[in-house]
Design a protein around this ligand. Structure first.
Ligand code: C2O
Ligand code: CU
Ligand code: CU
Length: 561
């Protein structure tokens, strides 16, 4: 009798409490980052083996911690039996380093991009981007967070102890077949997970804690909130800190979007709360709502029945435990100073209209197009002058919301149907959810990098739509392209040197790059116009140093011993 009572209690426990500790991805930091893309297995369901893909492990990938200003060498080794790519979503890098569908890492080969981290402190992510197979590789498990740090963020009193009070959170839904294997291009994503953990819990200290959240789902939009509708504080949008923490009870997140939030758990030891998606509040016309299309009678194959659609569900249970020794105990008053681009600065406006390839009753299943065209690897849709300031007007003439993403830049949303965006979207962004029949305008500037050969992508971040061709590409073109390669007449000394190199020039210069003899950049530093500088690069070898002054690039042979 006692035993039965006990099992009944355990059963109640099972119903009321999440079972699995939240997995915290390991970190990689520094200026040499190695990623191995590999196959693996993972137990999503006890005793069941699921075939997966991951970076440096069975599923997901390590969190990369990068410092603004560092020149980082990456090595991405593709150990899969399939081609893929790795894209640094949200980061401002040259097209050749961006890892879009043209920069294929063939099966069994290694890709070695190298670039300076120019981004602001925020949470970014990396994922495969091979055309038509992005969802396959992401759904099977390859995705990782990137934390960029900078001095502005470091000066703030924010939680930043990874895994303790600064928690990475990759929220995803996945579809499984009857053998517990992951299915891609599916609308039957019934299983919700955080960091590849189903029914997760985490013990968090009774103080201010930070979450770095990515919606890494292939299609689903979340409407985040806490279980008792308490307030939390949004501190970053996709690409940077807000001016000040924004108090809110809800945060809608579409695929590809990131947000950092603070929750104040001070004085709450032994309490339990949960992070939920209040999907019942999502209006129809959003993947995740009761009806995925605006017209509730339009079908989407596989969408129903699914207990996640239009119903509230838990994502993560939080158990509050004793505070740490140096807790953050208050929410800062201010964070950063954003400089949105004034609308009057725009040189060009482009209109992009989203529509179904086959209109009518069945249109949610169809492919979707941008300006009536499907993605073509061989067509450049836009050529954008370097430093152009542009307004992109996104018109959704379909019945489902599309999360639009653009590479290379961060943007500011100007308006939604003519009205200012909600406060949660008034920061640096690289994804925006455009609702059915809505027009969204954003403003951005295409700076720093020009390349006539390698394009950047823009696309819907619902991976089924993206793989189906809801994508386009642009190149950034520089008319005064830096191609006068002139021998440098200033001084570079000592040369040969042992690593401390002085550079003196008559004309001010703004960038130094060092290339090895295969033409691969091994060092890069940007300045605000200087006439002399000392740099340190001490790996022995023969190199070419490039000194950029205005539109001229000077070359100098360099020997390090
Ligand atoms: Cu997150 Cu084009 O990608
Ligand atoms: Cu991207
Ligand atoms: Cu879409």
């Amino acid at each position: 009798m006692k035993n039965i009572f006990l099992s009944f209690l355990l059963f109640l426990n099972f119903l009321a409490f999440a079972q699995n500790p939240l997995m915290i991805p390991p970190t990689l930091s520094g200026t040499n980052i190695n990623l191995n893309l590999q196959y693996g297995t993972h137990q999503f369901f006890p005793g069941q083996i699921t075939q997966t893909m991951g970076a440096n492990g069975d599923i997901l990938g390590p969190t990369l911690i990068l410092n603004q200003g560092d020149f980082v060498n990456f090595s991405v080794n593709n150990q899969l039996n399939d081609d893929t790519t790795i894209h640094w979503h949200g980061m401002h890098v040259s097209a050749i380093n961006d890892g879009g569908p043209h920069t294929v890492i063939a099966a069994g080969t290694t890709w070695t991009p190298a670039f300076t981290i120019l981004d602001k402190a925020a949470t970014y992510w990396y994922h495969p981007h091979l055309h038509t197979r992005t969802d396959l590789h992401v759904s099977k498990g390859i995705a990782g967070l990137i934390i960029v740090k900078d001095q502005e963020e470091a000066a703030l009193d924010l939680p930043r102890t990874y895994g303790v009070d600064d928690i990475p959170l990759v929220i995803q839904t996945k579809s499984f077949d009857s053998n517990n294997q992951i299915v891609n291009h599916s609308n039957s994503d019934t299983v919700v997970m955080a960091n590849a953990t189903i029914d997760p819990y985490i013990d968090l200290p009774a103080q201010v804690v930070r979450f770095r959240i990515l919606n890494g789902s292939s299609q689903r939009v979340f409407n985040l909130g806490l279980s008792n509708n308490e307030n939390f504080y949004l501190i970053t949008t996709d690409g940077g800190l807000l001016n000040a923490p924004l108090q809110t009870t809800r945060l809608q997140m579409a695929p590809g979007e990131r947000a950092e939030i603070l929750i104040d758990l001070s004085g709450r030891v032994n309490q339990t709360l949960s992070l939920k998606s209040y999907a019942s509040e999502l209006p129809n016309g959003i993947y995740g709502a009761t009806a995925p299309g605006m017209n509730a009678s339009m079908p989407l194959n596989g969408y129903n029945p699914n207990p996640l659609n239009g119903n509230d569900f838990d994502i993560l249970q939080i158990n509050v435990v004793a505070p740490t020794t140096n807790p953050v105990t208050s929410i800062p008053n201010t964070l950063a100073s954003l400089n949105p681009i004034p609308e009057a600065d725009a040189n060009t406006t482009r209109t992009l209209t989203f529509s179904p390839a086959s209109p009518g009753f069945n249109q949610l299943n169809g492919e979707f197009r941008i300006n009536n065209t499907s993605f073509d690897m061989n067509v450049i849709n836009y050529t954008i002058p370097l430093d152009n300031v542009e307004i992109w007007e996104l018109r959704n003439q379909s019945a489902i919301a599309h999360p639009f993403h653009i590479h290379d830049v961060q943007f500011y949303i100007l308006d939604r149907n003519g009205n200012p965006p909600p406060a949660t979207e008034q920061g640096r962004k690289d994804v925006v959810l455009v609702k059915p029949q809505e027009t969204v305008r954003f403003i951005t500037k295409f700076e720093t990098f020009a390349d006539d050969a390698v394009p950047y992508m823009y696309h819907c971040h619902m991976l089924t739509h993206e793989d189906g061709g809801m994508m386009g590409q642009f190149v950034v073109h520089s008319s005064n392209a830096i191609n006068d390669e002139t021998v440098f007449k200033g001084k570079v000394y000592p040369n040969p040197s042992s690593g401390n190199i002085h550079i003196e020039a008559k004309e001010a210069f703004s960038k130094i790059q060092i290339l090895d003899l295969t033409g691969r950049p091994v060092f890069e530093k940007n300045f605000n116009s200087v006439n002399q500088i000392e740099i340190k690069y001490d790996k022995p070898g023969m190199y070419v140093m490039e000194i950029y002054s205005g539109t001229t690039k000077y070359l100098k042979k360099l020997i390090i011993r």
